[in-house]
Design a protein around this ligand. Structure first.
Ligand code: SF4
Length: 552
C-alpha cells in the first residue's frame, strides 16, 4: 500500500501549550507581515482530541500568555479561579503546621488556576481560526531525514495486530514533510529522544531528572468552595529522603483539583507514588477538604525537573525543541506552562525569520536558542538552577539549599553539583531494607476516599485498540522475570500509576512472569524513566489511544 505524503512549511508535533502558542504566534507574524505565499503550518497530536492528553497542576503565571494574547480575558480564556489565598503546609501523620511566611517562589497570589485540557482546547480554537491545520489522532512515530537534516515526521501505522500482521483496516502512517519541525511532545518525547541521541544534543548537559505528578478532580457539595485557594504541602506521607508533596487548588463549579508529586529519584524500590497519593488523602486535614465530595477524573504525567543544566541544545538541522520536550520548566515553582508558551513564541520568531529568508540552515535556526538565552526564561531557570539537586540530601537538606539559593542567585550549596539519572538512585531491596525486606503487601482502598489504580484509570477515560503491538517495549523479559524480581522486587508494579505492569503466576506453577496490561496506559512515561535497568521503552500506540482528559 502506498504511503501518503504531504508537505507543509512548518510542522509542530504535540498539541501542548508550547506548540499551540508557537503556531498561533507564527501565524500572527505571517498575517501581520503579509508574507507571500503564506506558509502552511500543521500541528499533529497523538490524543484522540486535541486536548485529550493535556494535564498539569495547574496555576498559570500569565506572563507569557499576556505577551501572546494581550486580551486573553476578552477572548474567553477558560480560567477556573484567580488565586486569592496561598498556603504552604507541613504535614505529619496527624498534624499540620503552616509557617507564618510563604516562601517567595511558592507565592501564587493573583495568578490563575486553570484546567490545562480546557486551556489547550481554547488555544487550539484560536490556532485553527488562524488557518493552522490541526490533526488529532496522529502520533509521530519517527523523524524523517534527508542526509543529516530533519525534514518532517512519519506518523504511526494504523491497523497492525498484536503479532505485527496487517489487519483489514491497515493504513500506513503518513509522511509529513516540513521545512522546519518543532518537537513539543511534552516530557520524555519519543521523537525528542531520537533527536537528542542522534545529534548528541545533551552533550555537556546534566541528565534530566523527573517527578511524577498524579491528580484527581473532585466534585464537592454545592457552595462548599470559596475563592481561589491554593495549598501546597510537604511531609506526610513521604519520608524525609523522598522529594515530593501535595497540591490542592479550588476550581470553578465546586470542583477541587488535588494531586501529589513524587521525585523520580527515590530510593525505596517498593515506593508506589499512586498509593502515596491515596495515603495523602487520608490525612485528617486533607480528608476534611474532601468531605462530601466524589472523585470524577484521574490522570498522571511526568514533570521535567532537571532545570537549567539539563536543558539540551535547542536546535539542529531542520528541527527545534520547545516546552517540556526541552526541559524548560521552573522546578522550584513547579511551573512550566508559561515557559512552554514563551519557548513556542521564541521558536516561532526564529522560524518566521527562516521562512522570510528561505534559510533553514542550522545557523539560521540557532537564532531560537539565542532568543531563549536573551529572554526571561534563561534568567528564571538560572535563578533556580540547583533546586532539585538539594533534595538528594533529604527534605531538610533540600530546604536549606533552596533558602541559600535565594541569597546566592541560584547557586545554593554548590555551583554545579554532580547529577545522575534518577533511576540510578533506586536501591536494591537488600541494600535498602538490609536483612529486613518487608512483605510486599497490597494497599486496601475504600473506594470513597482512596481508589485502586484500576478504579482511577477508569476515571481517566483511557482507551486503546486492544489488538495492536504493545507500545511498552521490553528489551529483555528474562531480566524482569528473574533478576529484577530478586534485586528490586519488580518496581514497575509500583511506579506505574495505571496498573499496566503485573506479575502473574506461570501456568505450570514454576514462578511468576511480567504481564503488560498496555491498554491501561495513561501515557505518563514513568516506566521509560524509572525502570532500574533502562530496558522499558515507551513508544506511541495507535493514534487516538490513551486518556481522554477533559478537566485536568
Ligand atoms: Fe505511565 Fe508507563 Fe504505566 Fe503507561 S505503562 S501509565 S507510561 S508508567
Amino acid at each position: 500500500m502506498d504511503r501518503e505524503s504531504i508537505e507543509v512549511d512548518v510542522l509542530f508535533v504535540g498539541a501542548g501549550p508550547a506548540s499551540l502558542a508557537g503556531a498561533l504566534h507564527l501565524s500572527n507574524l505571517i498575517v501581520r507581515s503579509g508574507l507571500k505565499p503564506a506558509p502552511t503550518i500543521a500541528v499533529i497530536e497523538k490524543g484522540r482530541e486535541i486536548h485529550s492528553h493535556a494535564i498539569s497542576g495547574a496555576v498559570l503565571d500569565p506572563i507569557a500568555l499576556r505577551e501572546l494574547i494581550p486580551d486573553f480575558i476578552e477572548k474567553g480564556v477558560p480560567l477556573e479561579n484567580t488565586v486569592t489565598e496561598d498556603h504552604f503546609v507541613f504535614l505529619t501523620r496527624n498534624w499540620k503546621f503552616e509557617p507564618p511566611a510563604m516562601p517567595p517562589p511558592l507565592r501564587n497570589y493573583g495568578y490563575y488556576i486553570i484546567s490545562l485540557s480546557k486551556f489547550v482546547k481554547w488555544l487550539a480554537e484560536l490556532v485553527e481560526k488562524n488557518g493552522v491545520d490541526l490533526f488529532p489522532g496522529f502520533p509521530g512515530a519517527e523523524l524523517l531525514y534527508e542526509g543529516d537534516r530533519v525534514v518532517g515526521v512519519r506518523t504511526r501505522d494504523q491497523g497492525i495486530d498484536k503479532n505485527g500482521n496487517r489487519k483489514p483496516n491497515y493504513q500506513p502512517g503518513i509522511d509529513i514533510k516540513a521545512k522546519v519541525t518543532l518537537l513539543g511532545e511534552g516530557p520524555r518525547g519519543t521523537l525528542t529522544n531520537q533527536l537528542i541521541q542522534k545529534y548528541h544534543l545533551n552533550e555537556g548537559k546534566d541528565p534530566d531528572v523527573y517527578s511524577l505528578g498524579i491528580k484527581e478532580i473532585w466534585e464537592l457539595p454545592k457552595g462548599s468552595l470559596k475563592g481561589g485557594r491554593v495549598i501546597h504541602t510537604m511531609g506526610f506521607p513521604l519520608q524525609n529522603e523522598t522529594f515530593g508533596g501535595g497540591f490542592i487548588y479550588n476550581m470553578a463549579n465546586d470542583l477541587l483539583d488535588i494531586g501529589f508529586v513524587v521525585g523520580l529519584d527515590y530510593k525505596d524500590p517498593y515506593l508506589d507514588p499512586h498509593n502515596e497519593f491515596q495515603r495523602f488523602k487520608t490525612h485528617p486535614f486533607i480528608q476534611s477538604l474532601l468531605k462530601g465530595g466524589k472523585m470524577v477524573e484521574y490522570g498522571a504525567k511526568t514533570i521535567p525537573e532537571g532545570g537549567y543544566y539539563s536543558v539540551p541544545k535547542l536546535y539542529t538541522k531542520g528541527c527545534l525543541l520547545i516546552g517540556d520536550s526541552a526541559s524548560l520548566l521552573n522546578p522550584m515553582r513547579l511551573k512550566g506552562i508559561h515557559m512552554g508558551i514563551k519557548s513556542g513564541m521564541l521558536a516561532a520568531e526564529a522560524v518566521y525569520e527562516a521562512l522570510s529568508k528561505n534559510d533553514y540552515s542550522e545557523k539560521s535556526l540557532s537564532q531560537y536558542e539565542q532568543l531563549v538565552q536573551e529572554s526571561w526564561i534563561h534568567e528564571e531557570l538560572y535563578r533556580v538552577r540547583n533546586f532539585h539537586q538539594g533534595f538528594r540530601y533529604g527534605l531538610w537538606g533540600g530546604f536549606f539549599n533552596a533558602g541559600l539559593m535565594m541569597i546566592t542567585r541560584g547557586r545554593g550549596l554548590w555551583e554545579r553539583p554532580t547529577a545522575q539519572p534518577g533511576h540510578l538512585e533506586m536501591k536494591r531491596l537488600k541494600d535498602y531494607y538490609d536483612s529486613k525486606i518487608p512483605e510486599d503487601r497490597e494497599m486496601v482502598f475504600d473506594d470513597e476516599l482512596t481508589f485502586s489504580k484500576v478504579r482511577d484509570v477508569f476515571s481517566s477515560e483511557t482507551m486503546h485498540e486492544e489488538n495492536q503491538p504493545s507500545h511498552l517495549r521490553i528489551a529483555d523479559f528474562d531480566i524482569c522475570n528473574n533478576r529484577c524480581t530478586v534485586e528490586y522486587g519488580n518496581p514497575c508494579r509500583h511506579f506505574c500509576p495505571a496498573n499496566v505492569y503485573e506479575m502473574v503466576e506461570n501456568e505450570d506453577g514454576s514462578g511468576k512472569h511480567l504481564q503488560i496490561n498496555a491498554s491501561n496506559c495513561i501515557h505518563c512515561k514513568t516506566c521509560d524513566i524509572m525502570d532500574p535497568y533502562g530496558i522499558i521503552t515507551w513508544v506511541p500506540p495507535e493514534g487516538g489511544g490513551g486518556p481522554g482528559y477533559k478537566k485536568l
